[in-house]
Design a binder for this molecule. Structure first.
Ligand code: GLU
Length: 382
């Protein structure tokens, strides 16, 4: 069964970890209040990961569950606008609890509320990604939830499992932990079927695995196994390990490291390799840039593409589009995600990066294509 030693766990090896906490763990069902005693032990676990050099992002549910009590909305199903009102009231309490618990331990907490569009629209995706990167670099702990108050039915996740997987993808995380009220994936519903078998590891999400998830739950805020499997698809495609484990016990993350039962979903590649495969596989690059021999050597040595090494650009592209990189002779040598639009690129090519703010009037990235966003095509030679 799941008896990974703490040394080989994808969790201990991860550089960047996303941890998702479900409402059922965070909010006591009887009182509708935050389960503080439990939450403190989770926070201690997260701080331990940070102390040993890992970056941590928390995706926390609980806004609706907390707000509905405050608004006396009872226990039955809520209408969309009631859920949204509850989220508005609950989110502030949630954020306050995290602020208190983290800042008393000298950790700065940052609240990030995302909508589905923030992860699906390229520019917003890039902005959200840059914000997360900056927060982590500055040592803050991002606490993320869906922006439930503004997300309408058609454009909301409704479950934080998929939101957390998107966040993991966006942040290039290598490990996603779903702290849940089940301890992993079973061949059937273990509450109803005594013969249901536990599955410790999934290397491929086959139709048989999908069938084990059952139907997606439709009620606001309850994911169920089906949405966890959808989350797993997103995570492993992004090169991120994902784990489902029971979050109820105190110190749930430490317990996981000590070998608590869980299901691991194992990706075929690392986050960077997965991203590069995706870039290389772009069917129609939006444009192309031609580079000089100096830049070509830099690229082949694994460096970024700077505007100074570019001699021309063509096509219509936005920041975040994939473009081809051409040698002076016109051969496609690489593909990459460009950091500037065609109009801005046209103005900065051939110039030094230090001149960018003067030319464009804002300070963008130094690189036209960052090396993490650049993939050399097979057979690339000087
Ligand atoms: N965003 C919802 C909330 O904070 C929870 C969604 C979920 O439970 O997955 O209440």
């Amino acid at each position: 069964m799941s008896t990974r030693s703490s040394t080989n766990s994808p969790l201990t090896q991860a550089r960047r970890v996303v941890i998702k906490v479900g409402s059922a763990l965070l909010v006591e069902s009887g009182t509708g209040r935050i389960n503080r005693a439990w939450l403190e032990t989770l926070i201690e676990d997260l701080l331990r990961l940070r102390q040993r050099g890992q970056q941590v992002i928390l995706v926390s549910s609980g806004a609706i569950a907390l707000g509905r009590r405050q608004l006396s909305l009872g226990k039955g199903p809520l209408r969309l606008e009631e859920s949204q009102a509850a989220a508005a009231v609950g989110q502030i309490r949630l954020a306050h609890a995290y602020k208190e618990l983290l800042e008393s331990r000298q950790v700065t907490v940052a609240q990030v509320l995302l909508t589905l569009e923030d992860s699906e629209r390229r520019r917003r995706y890039l902005n959200a990604r840059a914000t997360l990167e900056t927060l982590l670099t500055l040592g803050a702990l991002p606490v993320i939830n869906e922006n439930d108050t503004v997300a309408t039915t058609e454009i909301r996740y409704g479950d934080n499992d998929r939101l957390a997987a998107r966040v993991a993808q966006m942040a290039g995380a290598d490990c996603l932990i779903l702290l849940s009220d089940v301890d992993g994936l079973y061949t059937g519903d273990p509450h109803r079927d005594p013969a249901a078998q536990f599955i410790p590891e999934v290397r491929q999400i086959t139709p048989e695995i999908d069938a084990m998830g059952g139907r997606p739950a439709s009620e606001f805020g309850s994911g169920g196994m089906a949405t966890k499997l959808l989350a797993a698809r997103i995570a492993v495609a992004a090169g991120c390990h994902m784990c489902i484990t029971d979050g109820h016990p105190r110190h749930p993350v430490s317990r996981l490291e000590e070998g608590a039962r869980c299901t691991w979903f194992v990706p075929g590649a690392t986050p960077i390799a997965a991203r590069k495969q995706w870039i290389a596989g772009t069917l129609r690059p939006a444009g192309a840039v031609t580079i000089d021999h100096g830049a070509l050597h830099a690229l082949l040595a694994g460096r970024s593409l700077l505007p100074a090494g570019v001699t021309g650009a063509r096509g219509q592209f936005e920041r975040g589009d994939t473009v081809s990189v051409l040698t002076p002779e016109g051969a496609e040598v690489a593909r990459g995600i460009i950091g500037y639009s065609d109009a801005d690129a046209a103005r900065i090519i051939g110039r030094q990066s230090a001149e960018i703010p003067d030319i464009l009037g804002f300070r963008g990235r130094d690189e036209l294509i960052h090396r993490d966003d650049l993939v050399l095509l097979q057979g690339a030679r000087p």
